[in-house]
Ligand binder design. Structure first.
Ligand SMILES: Nc1ncnc2c1ncn2[C@@H]1O[C@H](COP(=O)(O)OP(=O)(O)OP(=O)(O)O)[C@@H](O)[C@H]1O
Ligand SMILES: [Mg+2]
Length: 255
């Protein structure tokens, strides 16, 4: 049984795709088999993986219009269920299906991977619901600014409903402060506010601003291949270790 982790925030541009791409690479480097799922019609994860015109997309898979094997793209370090722009219309189509929240869970739960990481769209619609219903954990990348709290509240409300009705075991892995500088006064203030909230869990490691993290997805390389000595590589390595400690798995290959 894979450990399934959704990376979600309804606010756009908080580092979801960057986290899925590089946490996935960090896990693969440690010897784990990894499936990445692009649930966002912007297709940023698929593009970063060099898959811009896939034969089939994950929306077709969940509606039974394509098989898992037809949809899967195999890369040397990981496998990918890609997106296409047309995925946007699948929000609506998925919503109209009976038992619509379980469609993604049904197609991935028995797959033979150590980890499945799901890149959610910046919304809390039917596809994000499907991701959270399928997941053991969710990570919320967040930038340290005031508006971010509003989004966090909405995610937590949705998670409460999903836990109650569809997936009681869903657990917050943690809030991941990204593009964030803990050394600033403001950064400290945001961090303190989050850790004082008993309902929340915050990863101790944050992801600092690093231009190499922006560049690596453009070049289709993980931060570990693109800039192994960068701050971004160090931060995502540390993040990966925190995730492994949380889920109770040890690296198969030491790095
Ligand atoms: N730590 C970082 N330092 C610098 N740039 C970053 C960092 N993390 C992400 N970025 C850049 O910020 C932008 C948004 O990041 P990303 O695409 O990962 O966010 P997202 O939450 O997936 O966005 P969306 O909601 O649109 O899907 C991208 O251009 C990305 O390259
Ligand atoms: Mg994204």
């Amino acid at each position: 049984m894979p450990t399934i982790i959704s990376v979600t925030n309804n606010k756009g541009g908080t580092g979801k795709t960057t986290t899925v791409f590089n946490l996935g690479a960090a896990l693969a480097r440690r010897g784990f088999s990894v499936l990445l799922i692009d649930l966002d019609a912007q297709c940023n994860l698929s593009i970063a993986a060099g898959v811009s015109q896939p034969a089939h997309h994950v929306g077709e898979l969940v509606l039974g219009e394509a098989t898992f094997e037809q949809t899967l793209v195999k890369k040397p370090q990981y496998h990918l269920l890609p997106a296409q722009r047309v995925l946007l219309s699948y929000e609506y189509r998925v919503n109209n299906e009976p038992d619509s929240g379980h469609l993604l869970a049904d197609v991935i739960k028995d797959k033979d991977y150590d980890f499945v990481l799901i890149d959610c769209p910046p919304s809390l619609g039917a596809l994000t619901v499907n991701a959270l219903v399928a997941s053991n954990y969710y990570i919320v990348p967040m930038q340290g600014e005031n508006f971010a709290y509003i989004g966090l509240d909405e995610i937590q409300k949705l998670v409460l409903k999903i836990k109650k009705r569809m997936n009681p075991d869903l657990e917050l892995a943690g809030i991941l402060l990204s593009m964030f500088d803990l050394r600033t006064k403001f950064g400290q203030m945001v961090y303190q506010k989050l850790v004082q909230d008993q309902r929340l869990k915050v990863f101790t490691g944050n992801i600092r601003q690093d231009i190499a993290l922006m560049e690596c997805t453009v070049f289709g390389q993980s931060i570990f291949d693109y800039a192994p000595e960068s701050r971004g590589a160090a931060d995502y390595n540390h993040h990966c270790e925190e995730v492994l400690a949380l889920v109770g798995k040890t690296p198969k290959i030491p790095v």
